[in-house]
Each structure stands twice: as structure tokens, then as C-alpha cells.
Design a protein around this ligand. Structure first.
Ligand code: ARG
Ligand code: ZN
Length: 485
């Protein structure tokens, strides 16, 4: 038998390699797109100097200028979907409950592909047009600042993924038995009209009707399931604030396992039978991984947990879909640790802008290092040292973790590995006690909210009483390999 503790180390390397391949190969594609790429589009008419009642076409994120929208926040999404796995047709009705943050004569939603048949604001039919990924809605009456309103969008079509600036695909990705649905960073708009930026978080009710025999898995708790005339409807509810990219509606032929952990967390695992044998020993560890992460990061932020293990190897990545991470294959233990660490870092504490992505990936990667260290594997120091030995010309040093430079780089090696190295450098500077206090305070103070790199730096300085400007500047902002570890 493999000694306990050896596995995480070996598996972490494999997981890291899978992400690294993903991150480096598509760089060429991104380079080809260059400044003319879709993410480099300038502000649209509405985003620029609108007349004051027109909601901006984007949330103001320089990496993804059209992601999200201005002028309102979405409090709740009610999505009713029906997916025909044979024809790959999706029928949807989305009811968004939102609040205007300004007087609003017109506003946008993000939606790409698909046909919209009707938009209503409140009870009144609204005018709409499509403009790239913007669904431009003109309500019959101008909305007052602070007004709560409901937008209903009826739509259908054959959804497909979007290609990201890093060359990977996300969104609605059809598979041989359903669909793998992952939205980071921009894919939510491929299957529902959304305010698709992590700065806006909402609760969700998602119902998905699929042919009997298929299972549709989403976030949060399964509040109902029923089969009528050969079709099964699954009703999922996530009450905690969730960013649109973390929503899923993954469909397939899955084996379902349900139980409640000793800590009272309701687990729902859906596993493609082709991955079952490989997934079982890792999924068995989920309750202990969540307990271990809770002791380090503070209480698990959600009431439900689990895994969706699909057989979709072409996707090439896993995603920390809220409460229930989505894997494109049986995960290794390090990947399980990583995606569940994101429940604290990324899902509960969300990004304000994509530039700060190291707050997600650096933290989740450092969780892998800590898991190894505390389970008889390589210490975080050893992992750090091995990475630091990487020659100056390597991809690892291609750009600083805190400033990846563009949307094409947000899932690159520097964000993951150098992001984790940043945390390790912080740990060495402030000592273990203070470091772990900082991690818990970060998760606690920004629980269900948002964070920024600047806020993290302030917290670290406050907790340690040290001036950490130099450390963060070196590890997060300076190009090239830091001169001394
Ligand atoms: N956040 C995912 C992770 O856990 C990676 C998502 C990659 N997505 C992409 N479109 N390249 O590392
Ligand atoms: Zn991650």
C-alpha cells in the first residue's frame, strides 16, 4: 500500500502539470488575437459617456470589458431550463430579480448565441436587441434608482461554449451524454442571460428538465426531483450569494451518492460510471478534506457540498462550481483539495476584478501545498524551494502573479504557482501563527462578499504589524524571478 502522504505530492505534480499545459499552450492563440482580441474591445456607446440613464455594457473590468453590466445588481436568478440531449436544444426562461443602482431607461444583460423570443420587465413586454454578447433591454417605463424589478427572458437554441482568450473553452460544452457546464471566466452567458461578472453575486433557483435516465446537477441543495412522461425535472437552490461563473447545470448519465457529513454538510456526488472506479477513493476523502480545510480557513461557507465527476477529458480543467466542484475526469486528491479550497477563496470571498485572480488560484494552490505538508508529504517549504530553483527564463516567471496583464494569462502558471509562493513568502515573514490567523480572517471578514489584493495586503499588515510593501511588491507586482527567496 502507498504510504499515506506520498499520494498528495505525486498527484499535486500531475494536477499542476495539467493546469500548466493548459495555461501555456494557448498563449500562442492569445498572442495571435493580440490587442484586436474580443477582450480588448473599447467601451461601447453605453459604457462611455451615456446620457445618465443607460446602464453600462460592462462592469468596468479591463480584462473582460463586456462582462457584467452597469446600472443594477441581480439579487436572484430563477432559471427554468429544458435540455434535449438528443437534439442538444435548450429551452429556457430566466427570471432575474434585480435592483436599479441608477435611473435606468435601458440596460444590458450578457447572453451569447441562442434566440430570444420575449423579454419583459415586470408585467410589461420590453423592447430588446442583440449586440454581440449584449442583450440590450429597453423597459416600457424608466426604472427609478433603487427600484426592484423583475426581468423575464424567454430563449432557446443550441448552446455551445465560448473560447477564452487563453484558448480554452468554457460555458455550455456538449458531451456524449449531456453537457459539461462551466462558466469561468465568461461562459455563464452561453446558457442564461446574466450580469456575468464576479462583482455581482446572487442567489439561484435552477430547474433543469432532461430525458429520464439523465441527471441534471447544479449548485446548492436539490429541493425537488420528479419524473413525468419520460422527463425528469431537477430543482436546485443555492441561497448563498454566487457569482454567475460558478453556476452549473451539468447533464449526463450519472451515479448519484447522497449523505450528510458528521459536520452536517449535505453531500451530493454525481459520477459518470466511466470515472467511478478512479473517483471513488478520492471522493471518499471529501468529508475529511472539508473538515481539514475548515480547521485552517474557518467554517465551511455553505450547507451543501459534493462533486460532479464527468467524462469530458477534452475540457482539460476542473472548476470550483459553488458547493459542488465540477471535474472533467476523476480528480486526484490534490485537485479535490484545490477545488474545495476555492469554496472559501473564490466562491465565498469573490474577486472584484479578474486581475486579482491570484486571490483564487494562489490560495487554492497553497491549500494543496499545506495539505501535503500536513499529511506526511512534501513540506510547503520544499515545494517552494523546488519551484524557486526554476531557471529565470521559465514560464513561471513570465509575469507577476498580481498583474497577469490580460485575460489570456489569468490561468497561467505564475498565477497558480507564484501566487502560492507569495503566500509562502508571507508565511515566512510573519510566522505561522500570524499567517494562519490572516488566512482565517480573510475568509471570515469577506465571507459571502468580495476581496481585492489591496485589502488582503492591508489585512496582512494589520495582523502582523509589519510593513509588507516590499514583499508584496516583489512577489505580486515585479516581473521576472525575484532575486532572493
Ligand atoms: N478555476 C479553475 C481551477 O480550479 C480553472 C478554470 C480554467 N478555466 C479556463 N477557462 N481556462 O483552477
Ligand atoms: Zn483553481
Amino acid at each position: 500500500m502507498t504510504p499515506p502522504g506520498r499520494q498528495p505530492v505525486r498527484r499535486r505534480t500531475a494536477a499542476l502539470r495539467r493546469r500548466a499545459v493548459l495555461a501555456t499552450v494557448p498563449l500562442t492563440v492569445a498572442a495571435l488575437l493580440g490587442a484586436a482580441g474580443p477582450t480588448a474591445a473599447g467601451p461601447t456607446e453605453a459604457g462611455a459617456a451615456g446620457p445618465g440613464t443607460i446602464g453600462a455594457a460592462g462592469a468596468g473590468d479591463p480584462y473582460f470589458p463586456l462582462s457584467g453590466n452597469g446600472g443594477y445588481h441581480v439579487r436572484h436568478y430563477g432559471l427554468a431550463l429544458r435540455y434535449d440531449t438528443a437534439t442538444r436544444r435548450l429551452d429556457g426562461t430566466a427570471v432575474l430579480t434585480a435592483r436599479a443602482t441608477q435611473r435606468l431607461s435601458r440596460f444590458d444583460l450578457d447572453l451569447t448565441g441562442l434566440h430570444v423570443t420575449r423579454v419583459a420587465v415586470g408585467h410589461d413586454t420590453a423592447r430588446f436587441r442583440r449586440d454581440g454578447q449584449e442583450l440590450v433591454v429597453t423597459p416600457a417605463r424608466t426604472l427609478r434608482r433603487g427600484q426592484e424589478f423583475q426581468v423575464t427572458v424567454a430563449y432557446h437554441g443550441t448552446p455551445g461554449p465560448v473560447s477564452d482568450p487563453d484558448g480554452s473553452a468554457d460555458g455550455w460544452i456538449p458531451t456524449d451524454d449531456g453537457a459539461f457546464v462551466a462558466g469561468e471566466p465568461q461562459g455563464a452567458m452561453t446558457w442564461f442571460p446574466a450580469n456575468s461578472h464576479p462583482s455581482d453575486k446572487s442567489s439561484y433557483d435552477i430547474t433543469i428538465t432532461v430525458p429520464q435516465g439523465r441527471t441534471a446537477v447544479s449548485n446548492g441543495t436539490l429541493v425537488g426531483q420528479r419524473t413525468v412522461h419520460g422527463r425528469t425535472t431537477f430543482h436546485w437552490r443555492e441561497t448563498r450569494p454566487m457569482a454567475a461563473y460558478l453556476a452549473t447545470a451539468t447533464v449526463g448519465k450519472f451515479t448519484v451518492q447522497r449523505y450528510t457529513t458528521p459536520d452536517g454538510i449535505r453531500v451530493y456526488n454525481a459520477v459518470d460510471p466511466r470515472e467511478a472506479a478512479a473517483a471513488a477513493p478520492v471522493l471518499k476523502k471529501l468529508p475529511s478534506v472539508l473538515r481539514w480545510e475548515s480547521t485552517l480557513f474557518g467554517p465551511y461557507p455553505f450547507r451543501s457540498a459534493g462533486a460532479i465527476v464527468d467524462h469530458a477529458h477534452d475540457v482539460g480543467y476542473a472548476l470550483e462550481t459553488q458547493t459542488r466542484p465540477l471535474y472533467d475526469r476523476a480528480p486526484d486528491l490534490a485537485t479535490l483539495v484545490h477545488e474545495n479550497a476555492h469554496q472559501w477563496f473564490g466562491d465565498s470571498v469573490s474577486l472584484t476584478t479578474w486581475k486579482d485572480i491570484w486571490l483564487n488560484e494562489g490560495f487554492a494552490t497553497y491549500a494543496e501545498w499545506l495539505y501535503s505538508e500536513q499529511h506526511g508529504g512534501e513540506s510547503a517549504q520544499q515545494t517552494f524551494d523546488a519551484l524557486y530553483a526554476t531557471p529565470a527564463g521559465d514560464d513561471l516567471w513570465a509575469y507577476p502573479a498580481g498583474n497577469p496583464g490580460s485575460g489570456a494569462n489569468i490561468f497561467g502558471t505564475p498565477v497558480y504557482a507564484r501566487g502560492a509562493m507569495t503566500l509562502h513568502a508571507l508565511r515566512r515573514a510573519v510566522g505561522d501563527r500570524t499567517f494562519f490567523r490572516i488566512l482565517r480572517a480573510w475568509a471570515g471578514e469577506h465571507r459571502y462578499g468580495h476581496g481585492t489584493t489591496a485589502a488582503f495586503e492591508r489585512l496582512a499588515e494589520r495582523a502582523s504589524g509589519k510593513d509588507l510593501t516590499g514583499l508584496f511588491h516583489t512577489w505580486l507586482e515585479t516581473a521576472g524571478k525575484p532575486g532572493h527567496a
